[in-house]
Write a protein that binds this ligand. Structure first.
Ligand SMILES: [Zn+2]
Length: 328
């Protein structure tokens, strides 16, 4: 069991990582730790997480009343205490505003699941808590139903993310993993159509997760296995095309087998709209209105036309400058 001083230093280190990663601006974000005996360490209000000192860490009791520390404790301590009271196995809580994950929070969209294996195992479904004023009791209680549903990472509507675990590093890692994941989703949407993992493969991941002792309500059949929600425009960036799966070779090693049943897609162009349906019109059980599916290719075509126009304008501008220069 690390000493109180060591934990304070760990909090400073996690604060630096959050700030360096751009997960918090100015004095945003807060970190807390359960010491036991009804005592909790938490960051002070009004200090940058990028330059925390052990003396910037306050100690509060079960009700959030400050019992030690030179600076006042974070105003969001009630959110942290809600987690500590509800989940006795949890010792650390991190709260930040990581931009890619918070983009989903401001759009009021739940983050799609069943896309990256590591995210399924270490985080799972990230619920979206309803909005309330930060620092209020109602705000703290907004996460309660999700804690009861075993979520270790929760998206806070129009605000940010709160994550918890047995120790500080793991609580912080959930935020880092989630923001990287959301960044990949946003980039993937621009590259092509994002594909979800097939259901049997998601079940395999849930089994691995169970063996690792990480709770996931989906293992017990609670909630949807895979979620995909959002605006029609966002969903147009997803595809229900199956991901070609690897099949082991006869020697059991899969060497040389490549991707089962499908030629390599390397170097192959994305399908262009041909007027016929390339992708199904229904994504995640929702009919996506609007024009021919494969609309990301449509967007690409429009962008190419805009680029061509921009290039022409540049050529004409260069020509005029050249003529004017020659006339001097
Ligand atoms: Zn906040």
């Amino acid at each position: 069991m690390p000493s109180e001083w060591e934990i304070k230093n760990q909090i400073c280190e996690i604060g630096r990582r959050m700030y360096d990663k751009g997960f918090v601006a100015a004095n945003d974000g807060n970190i807390s730790y359960r010491l036991g005996g009804g005592r909790y360490l938490c960051t002070a209000t009004g200090v940058s997480k990028g330059s925390l000192k052990p003396t910037d860490i306050a100690v509060v009791d079960d009700t959030g009343k400050q019992i030690e520390g030179d600076l006042p404790a974070t105003s969001e301590i009630l959110l942290h205490l809600e987690i500590f009271h509800e989940l006795p196995e949890i010792n650390a809580v991190c709260h930040a505003h990581p931009p890619h994950a918070t983009a989903f929070a401001v759009a009021g969209m739940e983050i799609p699941t069943c896309i990256l294996p590591e995210v399924e195992i270490f985080i799972g479904r990230v619920p979206l808590a309803q909005y309330d004023t930060p620092g209020s009791k109602q705000f703290a209680e907004s996460i309660l139903p999700h804690l009861r549903n075993k979520a270790n990472t929760i998206l806070l509507s129009n605000h940010g993310v709160v994550a918890c675990d047995k120790d500080l590093l793991h609580a912080y890692w959930h935020i880092e993993t989630l923001d990287m994941y959301c960044n990949i989703l946003l980039l993937g949407k621009q590259v092509g159509d994002i594909r979800q993992l097939p259901t049997p493969k998601v079940r395999e991941l849930l089994e691995i997760k169970q063996q690792m002792g990480i709770d996931d309500p989906r293992t017990d059949g609670v909630g949807e296995l895979c979620t995909l929600s959002g605006s029609d425009d966002f969903l147009r960036g997803f595809s229900t095309r199956a991901i070609p799966q690897h099949t082991p070779d006869e020697d059991g090693h899969g060497r040389g087998a490549g991707i089962a049943g499908a030629p390599s897609q390397a170097g192959q162009p994305q399908p262009l709209p041909t007027g016929e349906r390339i992708y199904p019109a229904v994504v995640a059980g929702r009919e996506i209105p609007g024009s021919p599916l494969g609309s990301s290719s449509e967007t690409a075509r429009r962008r190419a036309a805009e680029d061509e126009m921009e290039r022409l304008v540049q050529v004409i501008t260069d020509k005029i400058i050249q003529i004017m220069g020659a006339g001097k």
